[in-house]
Design a protein around this ligand. Structure first.
Ligand SMILES: O=C(O)CCC(=O)C(=O)O
Length: 290
């Protein structure tokens, strides 16, 4: 499933892309079934765990489980692992960052009907700058993604911008300030279930609360060119290389002239939701009542 030259040009120009029909009905059914199982398991939880992040703002309880995120789902269930390694998906990625690909992370973000939480505007680069920016994020749509259920939104072309500051009063808050972008330039990535979105690591993106009566479940998976080394270090060498999902390892990081800013100082632990909750004012002011 290699991308056409037009698709590659569009990604390079705008910093994002939607690719329809990457996952078929039967794969989606497997993903839905696995996800429902974990949502059921979250009923018994009254606090976050290493794997489950709960949406208390949307009223998580035993009666109405509101699982906001499954962390590293590919380590939890073979269904997600298979999705992460799907050869057609890796073909799409190869078209954009080359044949040597390392998994960076996976997470399953879910917005429950009637209030699932927004994600404030940020770039992934603000969280993990590297020696070059051949890094992208795939979003596998488990449900149709519309504005109403809080689809991903991007600022086209923002991946060519500066290293946006994600700090407030000197502390990392995981989101940019409103002076860095205009919501008027935001483009929603609407797509059918089974499609995937791709956004560049430096692309400004965010998403509104789910105000519909449908769920919004998006499996997000970050991939990097193997020669893109994190500025914060690569940890254990064997573990680092075990994350390669296609191609060859290298001990020669590619150094490009890219603007960077490290995510320090930052609060201890916590998911993006918890970090962004430390912001004084939400970009979705009505959603936070500020
Ligand atoms: O779930 C979303 O809408 C976006 C999530 C995101 O950008 C993130 O978790 O870094």
């Amino acid at each position: 499933m290699k991308l056409s030259q037009d698709q590659v040009n569009s990604y390079n120009r705008d910093g994002y892309l939607a690719v329809p029909g990457v996952f078929n009905e039967s794969e989606l059914e497997d993903l839905h079934r696995a996800t429902e199982k974990y949502v059921e398991q979250s009923r018994d939880l009254s606090e976050h765990t290493d794997v489950f992040d709960l949406d208390f703002g949307a009223g998580h309880s035993r009666e109405t489980p509101r699982l906001r995120r499954i962390k590293s789902p590919h380590l939890l269930d073979p269904v997600y692992d298979a999705a992460m390694r799907k050869p057609e998906l890796l073909d799409v990625i190869e078209s954009l960052i080359g044949p040597n690909i390392r998994l960076h992370h996976t997470k399953l973000n879910m917005k429950a009907p009637g209030g699932g939480q927004q994600v404030e505007w940020h770039t992934d680069w603000g969280f993990y700058p590297a020696t070059n920016d051949d890094i992208l994020e795939i979003g596998v749509a488990f449900d149709d993604m519309e504005i109403e259920n809080g689809c991903l939104m991007v600022i086209p072309g923002s991946h060519k911008g500066p290293a946006y500051d994600h700090h407030e009063d000197g502390m990392f808050v995981g989101a940019v300030s409103e002076s860095d972008f205009s919501m008027e330039d935001a483009v929603p990535i609407t797509m059918k279930a089974g499609s995937v979105s791709v956004h560049h690591v430096r692309e400004l993106h965010g998403s509104a609360p789910n105000v519909s009566n449908r769920p919004r479940r998006l499996l997000l998976m970050g991939y990097a060119a193997v020669d893109s080394f994190p500025l914060t270090g690569y940890g254990d060498w064997d573990d680092f290389n075990s994350q390669i999902v296609r191609g060859e390892q290298t001990n020669e990081p590619r150094l490009e002239k890219v603007p960077a800013r490290v995510a320090q100082p930052k609060p201890d632990g916590g998911s993006i939701f918890e970090i962004q909750d430390t912001m004084k004012k939400s970009h979705y002011a009505d959603a936070k009542g500020t």
